[in-house]
Design a protein around this ligand. Structure first.
Ligand code: ADP
Ligand code: MG
Length: 753
């Protein structure tokens, strides 16, 4: 049997019709049918040509009197002008295009004498009524007779995501051409019979007809519901399979060892673990003592003490003879983690050195930029097992890094790592290593179920006692006196022996001739913004044409502050992604030691940087940052005994939509509350990451944030199906769909939040 759904469009429609569809991402029949209408147009009431009111949405039945294409000399481009008539009254139709060629197909269809239905909004040009770019049906071409044409005309009009070259109506025609001849047997249904029955869904072919050729609104809603469910179900089955496969994998059990490093570490710990740290620690300790790989996501508020939890797990593994790898998203963070771990371990990290504790191990730091000698030593320590703990960035994944016995992989701030990288690291062990993923970005349950669906979740809810409160103040950028006060506050903190971060959205200012607006839009280029997760203007709520001052830049602000009277005699450091690794380390070290107590930086300090003396966080252009990023930034202060202060400098008018984020920040420090507001304010694409929002995305109808109920149901159904039949032997259509939608390259999106 022919695999209809995979037939290339070029074969079915001809190369000329297929080419523009390929540009929209539709290569085969299945791909085109998955190009769902974005919305449905109102067909408009059938009107009399004698009574057409300007501005009204109408459908008229009329005969084509004439149609001519001509070039527009004044404006360039081409124009098709047609006149339709009911015998007594005329109406003109106008189509514009860049070139006459584009208009030829209208000319071919609008042959004088043909009857048709014409739909559009009535306009007026030089006193005459006209429809510009109307939708239309020609009787005898698009519909058999007037009756069926009228029926056609009363149907909701599917409006497709289209391009200038491939307008919606052309997509619609192509869809009909491929959809009409299909039979049930041509369209494999990934939903098992039992699931369809339980949820009251029809076949997939029926659903495709419902969304592409509906007769009324109820029908397309029904079709979308079923297809949306299908997306959730396919995803959840894939995740259930991953969980099932992982559960069958073999891991090396790493039970706690009496009298080991962990016991000694716990005994010497300078603080008491929070109840959450104890509980999660216990959960992890039990799991890594099993011969099955742990797969756990640890969520915890910034400063909730995830590192200690991870270190205790690493020590249990080291005690049991294995090694642990800690992956960090940036070199700055990897270096900091190595420093923190060594400091926490003290003598216990001085293995093989004079003064090292008896069973001491070593913490190796492996980064892409380490010097050749340091790198060689770290590589040797990892390969020989002398280093029980190896810290690094993705450089750890390169092929020449060997481990003696990798037992645990800890990934810090998961959203920067894809599944391939995770798998690459797991491939470096004899048995599957245990996996602990840590994230400080609170993840709502449905997103966790979708994005981290193959991981079990633990949460550290409380913040260690004795943590200082942080107050947050929104500062209007335009008010001179307020800004002066900001730098004065920074000075006061510095004088009290504390440190201050000043975060800017970009590294370099605009060239002088670029003007304010270019400054705002230019900020999204990676070149100057250094990874800041900036919202674009429309999203920030300013509207596209908003006139706002250019974004402040690190280099400019650092220079200003160095010369500011308020900060006279204070050294101002600079940190951004374009510095060499050694310069970054030096900047962080000078800041940490207090030598340069004010640090002007990009968001490179966002994740995990830990300087307990830092008490002030100034964020310039704060209204352009996402909430989770602001939350991360704020988490950099108040980590020591002194209270923290977060100053959000914003140009947004108080009360304006763009001010909502900074105002919410000032209201609460609860990460889960912030995450909820963030999701409300953001679009779906942001939630799932770029991979999910662009074309090629396998989620077209499902909205992870709002479709919680659908995801829950699909997850239940998926669990039943996979428990029964893990390899989907009895469900070939479902297996094929998973392979199709979630090939390994694409499966990466499962890991991005
Ligand atoms: P995060 O969850 O953001 O990674 P960290 O693990 O970096 O948090 O912990 C933040 C700080 O709190 C560190 O300086 C750490 O040593 C300290 N800390 C961790 N647990 C406790 C605790 N139970 N009591 C007091 N301080 C703690
Ligand atoms: Mg951390």
């Amino acid at each position: 049997m022919i695999d209809r759904m995979h037939e290339p469009l070029a074969k079915v429609l001809g190369a000329r019709s297929a080419a523009p569809l390929a540009a929209l991402g539709a290569e085969d029949v299945g791909g085109l049918l998955a190009h769902y209408p974005r919305r449905y147009g109102d067909p408009g009431a059938v009107s009399d040509l004698a009574r057409l009111a300007v501005g009204e949405h109408v459908t008229v039945v009329a005969r084509v009197a004439r149609a001519t294409v001509r070039k527009m000399h004044s404006r360039g481009g081409a124009l098709l002008q047609a006149v339709v008539t009911d015998g007594r009254h005329d109406l003109s139709l106008t189509f514009f295009a860049k070139s006459p060629g584009v208009l030829r197909h209208h000319e071919d269809r609008l042959k004088p004498g043909r009857m048709g239905l014409f739909t559009g909004v009535v306009g007026q040009y030089r006193g005459e009524r006209q429809l510009t770019h109307p939708d239309y049906l020609i009787i005898g071409v698009d519909a058999e007779d007037e009756e069926s044409a009228l029926l056609e005309a009363s149907r909701p009009i599917p409006i497709y995501p289209a391009s200038a070259k491939t307008p919606s109506w052309r997509v619609q025609r192509a869809v009909r051409t491929v959809l009409d001849p299909l039979a049930e047997a041509d369209v494999p249904d990934p939903l098992p019979e039992a699931v369809r029955e339980r949820r009251g869904f029809g076949s997939r072919l029926a659903a495709l007809r419902d969304v592409h050729e509906p007769f009324d609104e109820a029908q397309w809603r029904r079709g979308r519901e079923r297809l949306r469910y299908e997306e959730a179900f396919v995803l959840q089955v894939a995740l259930a399979q991953r969980r099932a496969r992982a559960a069958q994998e073999e891991a090396t059990a790493r039970p706690p060892v009496a009298g080991g490093l962990l016991e000694g570490f716990d005994a010497d710990l300078p603080f008491t673990l929070t109840r959450g740290q104890v509980a999660v620690g216990q959960e992890i300790a039990v799991e890594i003592a099993q011969p099955r790989p742990m797969q756990r996501l640890l969520q915890g508020e910034v400063g909730s003490g995830k590192t200690v939890v991870a270190l205790r797990a690493m020590l249990q593994v080291v005690d049991a003879g294995g090694q642990a790898a800690l992956l960090a998203p940036t070199e700055v963070l990897a270096a900091q983690h190595a420093r923190t771990l060594r400091a926490l371990l003290g003598d216990r990290a001085a293995g093989g050195m004079l003064g090292g504790a008896e069973q001491a191990t070593r913490v190796a730091l492996l980064t892409g930029s380490a010097g050749a000698a340091a790198r060689k030593e770290a590589l040797l320590d990892a390969a020989s097992g002398a280093a029980g703990i190896v810290v690094g960035t993705h450089a750890l994944l390169s092929e020449n890094v060997q481990f003696a016995d990798l037992g645990l992989v800890v990934v810090d701030e998961q959203h920067r790592f894809g599944v391939e990288q995770r798998d690459a690291l797991r491939a470096k062990a004899r048995t599957t290593p245990h996996l602990l993923v840590m994230t400080a970005t609170p993840i709502p349950r449905t997103v966790a179920m979708t994005v981290f669906g193959d991981l079990e979740t633990s949460t550290l809810a409380e913040i260690p006692a004795g943590r200082s409160p942080i107050s947050t103040v929104v500062v209007p950028a335009g008010k001179q006196a307020w800004m002066a006060r900001v730098w004065q506050r920074v000075r006061e903190e510095v004088d009290a022996g504390h440190r201050a971060y000043v975060v800017c959205a970009r590294i370099e200012p605009d060239p002088p001739d670029a003007g304010g607006r270019a400054g705002a839009s230019g900020a999204s280029s990676g070149e100057t913004s250094d990874g800041a997760d900036l919202l674009d203007l429309a999203e920030a709520g300013d509207g596209p044409g908003a006139d706002r001052p250019p974004l402040r830049a690190v280099l400019e602000v650092a220079e200003e502050l160095a010369g500011a009277p308020a900060l006279a005699g204070v050294r101002v450091g600079v940190l951004h992604g374009r510095l060499a690794p050694a310069e970054k380390d030096a900047a962080m070290a000078a800041f940490a030691s207090g030598e340069a107590p004010v640090l002007v930086s990009t968001t490179v300090v966002e994740v995990g940087v830990d300087v307990p003396e830092a008490t002030v966080m100034v964020v310039l252009d704060a209204d352009r940052f996402g909430l989770s990023q602001l939350h991360q930034l704020r988490g950099r202060v108040g980590r020591g005994s002194a209270p923290g202060l977060c100053l959000l400098v914003s140009v947004a008018e108080p009360g304006a939509p763009s001010a909502r984020r900074v105002e919410t920040m000032a209201e609460t420090t609860d990460g889960f509350r912030l995450a909820a507001v963030d999701l409300e304010l953001r679009s779906e694409g942001d939630v799932l990451g770029a991979a999910q929002s662009g074309r090629g995305s396998s989620l077209r109808l499902l909205r992870v944030v709002t479709d919680a109920a659908v995801i829950e149901e699909a997850r239940e159904d998926a669990a039943v199906v996979v428990a029964d039949d893990p390899d989907l032997v009895a469900h070939p259509a479902l297996a094929a769909e998973i392979a199709d939608r979630l090939d390994p390259e694409r499966e990466e999106f499962l890991e991005r939040a």
